[in-house]
Ligand binder design. Structure first.
Ligand code: ADP
Ligand code: ASP
Ligand code: MG
Length: 429
């Protein structure tokens, strides 16, 4: 099947770009000034509304009705304030749409589902549903020919709630069927992060997943490019929250981008790059605050022609565990696979590991029943651990600069490969 009839572009706006009425006006202006009308606009929830929904869900699943209602009111009021600011006319259709969403949301609270994760997904989607409804109407108000698409009718997923896998073939066919024809004369506004099962239960693709949704749509529609609009000038060589003097990386190849996001550069969801690389679609990471700069372009750059900057990535809130055989026998593949299996059952992700003759050290995310895990492990191993720790990854490192960054720091574990070095440090900053 071919999706090349209209050459489209995909824009993705995250929470920071949509955090209040002025921010939304800015988004409308960015879209209005863009020369291409064949545009798919993917939005995530406004501001920190997904976190707000998580509070609501927590209260709901623990039957704390009073707190649940308070959290629900906070969620509603946040959107009401934005709507009241953007749409003066009380008869504007946005008010009816928001009213309908509130009603549906209240119904979802009365639904009885077997798993907490399924309940979570029926509610978490409302951040994106409110946001896309408001952005759609804001575009129409500014005489932009927009069309609203509920992506749950396009992205079909399995029922692995909170981390659902998209059925790529089916969803691609649906994107071509539903979205592609609209692009000849509409700007399509839709949601990131969400989908639905074949039984039409809502699902979510994992926190921060709307970059990934946008990349999938770009792939399905053979888009010319994807632009994600952020509150930073582009991909920087370090997270500006932790490193002063972080510098913009103007060009990045897909491989470096995958590695950076995998190690913890949270500016992009790690799954974003693959769908783009597969079709050689460039990804622009740009600032919605400064339209004069093109930001970072992530593309097929060959190492011969492009010189990647050293990048510093910090992953926090991890645990470093060392397991040593009690009887001083060697650590074998069987031991490692047993430990890996236990971790896999807990869904804890290993970020670094190191093996010596009699011990196995690994650094992984902290997980809820870590104590039980350590107790289980202690039956056969002497276990030591440090928690919390942080993992500093330096990609394309230079010895002298790395030494500067590490000056005065206690290194708990260290590992180097040709392009990357990693250090586990106490998480005391
Ligand atoms: P969105 O609004 O699309 O959800 P995010 O908040 O997820 O955007 O991503 C932008 C944030 O990512 C920035 O505000 C910044 O703090 C953080 N960040 C982490 N690592 C980097 C990096 N290497 N370059 C730029 N920003 C980074
Ligand atoms: N709104 C979702 C979240 O906060 C998805 C996203 O922002 O990418 O995780
Ligand atoms: Mg995000």
């Amino acid at each position: 099947m071919s999706a090349t009839s209209v050459t489209s572009q995909v824009f993705k706006f995250g929470g920071a770009a949509l955090c209040n009425a002025d921010a939304i006006k800015n988004v409308v202006q960015i879209i209005a000034e863009h020369p291409s009308r064949a545009l798919v606009v993917v939005v995530s929830a406004m501001g920190k509304m997904t976190n707000q929904l998580e509070k609501l869900i927590e209260a709901h699943t623990t039957d704390d009705v009073k707190r649940r209602d308070t959290e629900l009111e906070i969620f509603f009021k946040y959107h009401d304030d934005i709507v009241n600011n953007l749409f003066e006319l009380q008869s504007h259709p946005v008010y009816q749409d928001i009213h309908n969403l509130k009603t549906t949301m209240r119904w979802s609270l009365d639904e009885h589902l077997s798993s907490a994760d399924a309940v979570y997904d029926q509610l978490i989607v409302f951040g994106e549903l409110f946001s896309s409804t408001i952005v759609f109407h804001a575009l129409c108000l500014n005489r932009i020919n927009a069309h609203y698409v509920d992506i749950r009718n396009v992205f079909k997923t399995d029922d692995h709630y909170r981390d659902a896998a998209v059925d790529l073939d089916y969803s691609e066919a649906r994107a071509i069927e539903v979205i592609q024809p609209l692009l000849s004369n509409h700007i399509v506004v839709t949601q990131g992060f969400i989908g639905s099962t074949s039984d039409n239960y809502s699902t979510s693709l994992g926190r921060e997943g709307s970059d990934y949704s946008a990349a999938l749509l770009a792939n399905f529609l053979n888009a010319q490019q994807l632009t994600v609009w952020k509150d930073v000038p582009g991909v920087l060589n370090a997270d500006p929250r932790y490193f002063q003097n972080a510098r913009l990386i103007e060009q990045l190849n897909y491989q470096d981008a995958v590695e950076l996001t995998y190690y913890g550069a949270t500016v992009l969801h790690p799954k974003t790059i693959k769908p783009l690389q597969n079709k050689a679609i460039p990804l622009y990471v740009r600032s919605f605050l400064d339209l004069n700069h093109t930001g970072t372009c992530i593309s097929n750059y060959a190492y011969a022609t492009y010189k990647p900057k050293s990048s510093y990535i910090l992953k926090k809130n991890l645990v470093l565990i060392t397991a040593q055989r009690n009887d001083l026998s060697f650590i074998t593949e069987a031991h490692i696979s047993m430990i890996y299996h236990l971790l896999w059952m807990k869904r804890a992700k290993i970020h670094v590991m190191q093996i010596s003759a009699v011990s196995f050290s690994f650094c992984c995310d902290r997980f809820t029943d870590m104590d039980t895990f350590i107790e289980e492990l202690s039956h056969s191993y002497t276990v030591k651990y440090n928690s919390p720790v942080q993992l500093l990854t330096i990609r394309n490192y230079q010895e002298s600069k790395s030494a500067q960054v590490l000056e005065g720091k206690t290194i708990l574990l260290e590992q180097r490969s040709r392009q990357t070095c990693q250090f586990v440090l106490p998480d005391d900053v």
